[in-house]
Design a protein around this ligand. Structure first.
Ligand code: DCP
Ligand code: MG
Length: 242
């Protein structure tokens, strides 16, 4: 399996425009290809903000964010879409069909590839039940797709694009434990070789991660495996026990 997508943060400081205090303060870490890096931390800790710097919705005021040694600020918008696949905390659809949503990152994808991505994302059944299948129309504010279904479509959309880096922002918390486990098992295969970063709340979602980053107040206050952090990190123990 070819591997690529090494993400490196070097001493990154970032504050939202107009805000007094930085939201991220001196964040450094490496997320390796072929591995899963999980990020855990209380609400407002800066997890979504961190991911938004990888996908370059914002640029840091200090420090650098690089993918495979290239600063993300040197990647164009179009290039970015094929390098980074973000599954946002609030998943969104574009007005169009289910198929056009799934093909967003790779217009030439075949129907078979879309169905395979849907299968992995645990979304094939509900799409099959739609009268028009992949040609079913959806709209941004549409009600014919539930929140959970929307999330699965966003996961499938990212898989179709085959990026080097996958960013899952709290994509699994709303799923029941069995679906969560099944989905992540399939994802393990589908994303093999890529860099996977998962923001999560459930310990069951992150305990098998190769590396866990513990965030608190905009800083990384711990890193290690589940067992290492249980042993050494008070903040992690508090999160796990809550
Ligand atoms: N923030 C802001 N402006 C934005 C987004 C966030 O000022 N457009 C602030 C709110 C928080 C801090 O930045 O104080 C970090 O927000 P994040 O969304 O990054 O926090 P998390 O993703 O960790 O929180 P949650 O677990 O609730 O998703
Ligand atoms: Mg968030």
């Amino acid at each position: 399996v070819p591997t690529a997508g090494r993400v490196e943060f070097r001493d990154v400081t970032f504050g939202y425009p107009g805000a007094e205090r930085p939201v991220l303060d001196g964040v450094s870490f490496v997320a390796e290809p072929g591995q899963t890096t999980a990020i855990i931390g209380s609400t407002g800790a800066g997890k979504t903000t961190l991911l938004s710097l990888v996908s370059r919705q914002y640029d840091p005021q200090q420090g650098s964010v690089a993918i495979d040694g290239v600063s993300v600020s040197d990647l164009g918008r179009h290039e970015m879409a094929s390098v980074v696949g973000l599954i946002p905390q609030k998943p969104y659809l574009f007005s169009g069909t289910i198929g056009s949503n799934l093909r967003f990152g790779r217009p030439e994808a075949t129907d078979a590839e879309l169905w395979e991505a849907l299968r992995v994302a645990q979304g094939a059944d509900f799409v099959r039940e739609k009268t028009h299948g992949l040609d079913e129309r959806v709209s941004q504010g549409g009600t014919n797709v539930s929140g959970g279904q929307r999330q699965r479509l966003c996961i499938a959309r990212a898989l179709v694009a085959r990026p080097r880096v996958y960013l899952f922002d709290d994509s699994f918390s709303a799923l029941d434990v069995a679906t969560d486990a099944r989905l992540r098992e399939g994802l393990g295969e589908a994303t093999a070789g890529a860099t996977v970063i998962i923001v999560a709340q459930r310990v069951s979602t992150i305990r098998s991660a190769d590396q866990i980053l513990v965030m608190d107040g905009g800083a990384v206050v711990g890193r290690g495996t589940h067992d290492e952090l249980l042993e050494s990190n008070e903040t992690y123990r508090e999160i796990v026990e809550s």
